[in-house]
Design a protein around this ligand. Structure first.
Ligand code: SF4
Ligand code: SF4
Length: 362
């Protein structure tokens, strides 16, 4: 059976605030049934607070409408993320006064308020769930949709798996990244591999060791192919392990809530190449698309990805000198990784098939 995804696009029929996305959010929330579910509950709303000079995280007006809706329906809500104090959310307008609810450190001020669940996937062993999120009665995942260097796509899953956990859990998930191996005994330091990389993803560190930044690496294998010494080879692990880690972490966090006590909202505007954690905003890859909400994680993620079409590419969204790959989703052409892989692993962990039906909310 298909899951319902409420969708409001950017189209407007008149110069009227009611025709714009914030007001459409209000109508989506009213149509979703969320109001009946949050009464007398403590509601954790997971956002990304952004950092530095980034300006593409969720605009405060959307958050204020959501907080007011929850309060109007008898819920007690707060916004939350990790590294809140250090990333100065007030610089992006995220204050209790502007949002109507506090912005709280998910794992406490020292980052130590966590609940640990053990998992067993290669080097990924611990999901330390942020205490405030774990303790909430109800969870709203409010994600800004964009690209991501390590997993191609950053949406609802990434907002949970990287944002609702401790530093240790983020490190263990990142330890799953990979795809390239360097053999120091074969390397002659000719640096042909550095010259062959169009993505500035590889470097030699101070000790002379070859390092790859898998955020930037598209696994194009140019470095491997130009190496005259055969010093760079592919590994057994790949970006797919990282994708599986994200799915496993997401499942573990969401398992602390009843299925009826978790709701997902994806904002599809300012869709940039990289994640908001970079502390910057580059030009959009495609025109703004709109807003989606659903009770079904798989469905909203699949629907969001399906709306981001490479045929709509705005060239300025891609860094100069980068050539896109020739097949697959726009994010795959840009990052060399299949963004739908996250969904394959979500299905493996019991989140269904992602079949969805869009219901337009104007
Ligand atoms: S695989 Fe491609 S993107 Fe990655 S380090 Fe090598 S040349 Fe650079
Ligand atoms: S191309 Fe091969 S031999 Fe040359 S620096 Fe890179 S890894 Fe070393």
């Amino acid at each position: 059976m298909s899951a319902k995804v409420l969708f409001s696009n950017m189209a407007y029929a008149a110069y009227d605030a009611n025709e714009t996305l914030p007001c459409k959010l209000g109508r989506q929330l009213a149509a979703s049934g969320l109001g009946d579910k949050v009464k007398d509950k403590t509601v954790a709303i997971k956002i990304h607070v952004g950092s530095e000079v980034g300006y593409s995280t969720i605009p405060p007006v959307f958050m204020r409408i959501l907080a007011q809706f929850v309060k109007d329906h008898g819920g007690n809500c707060f916004f939350t993320d990790h590294y809140v104090a250090a990333r100065r959310p007030e610089h992006r307008g995220y204050t209790q006064e502007s949002l109507g609810a506090p912005v709280l450190e998910a794992s406490g001020y020292l980052g130590k308020y966590i609940y640990t669940k053990e998992v067993d996937f290669k080097t990924f062993k611990h999901v330390d769930i942020a205490g405030l999120i774990h303790d909430a009665d109800f969870f709203i995942d409010f994600a800004h949709v964009k690209g991501h260097g390590c997993c191609a796509y950053g949406g609802a899953v990434k907002n949970i798996s990287m944002g609702c956990v401790s530093d240790r859990t983020r490190r263990e998930q990142h330890s799953l990244e990979g795809g390239l191996k360097w053999d120091s005994s074969k390397c002659t330091h000719c640096e042909a591999c550095i010259g062959a990389c169009n993505h500035k993803a590889n470097t030699f560190n101070d000790k002379g060791d070859y390092e790859v930044n898998f955020h930037n690496c598209t696994l194009c294998q140019h470095c491997l192919k130009v190496c005259p010494a055969g010093a760079i080879t592919l590994t057994d692990s790949s970006y797919l392990d990282f994708q599986q880690g994200l799915a496993l972490c997401t499942k573990t966090v969401l398992d602390t809530f009843e299925p009826g006590n978790r709701f997902f909202i994806n904002l599809l505007i300012n869709i940039t190449a990289m994640c908001d954690c970079w502390g910057m905003t580059t030009p959009s890859l495609v025109p703004d698309i709109g807003l989606m909400s659903s009770w079904d994680l798989m469905a909203i993620e699949k629907a969001s990805l399906d709306q981001i079409k490479w045929e709509k590419l705005i060239n300025e969204g891609v860094p100069e000198g980068i050539t896109l790959g020739g097949k697959g989703h726009l994010f795959e052409r840009l990052h060399g990784k299949d963004p739908y892989a996250q969904l394959t692993f979500l299905e493996k962990y019991g989140f269904g098939r992602g079949d969805y039906e869009l219901e337009m909310i104007k």
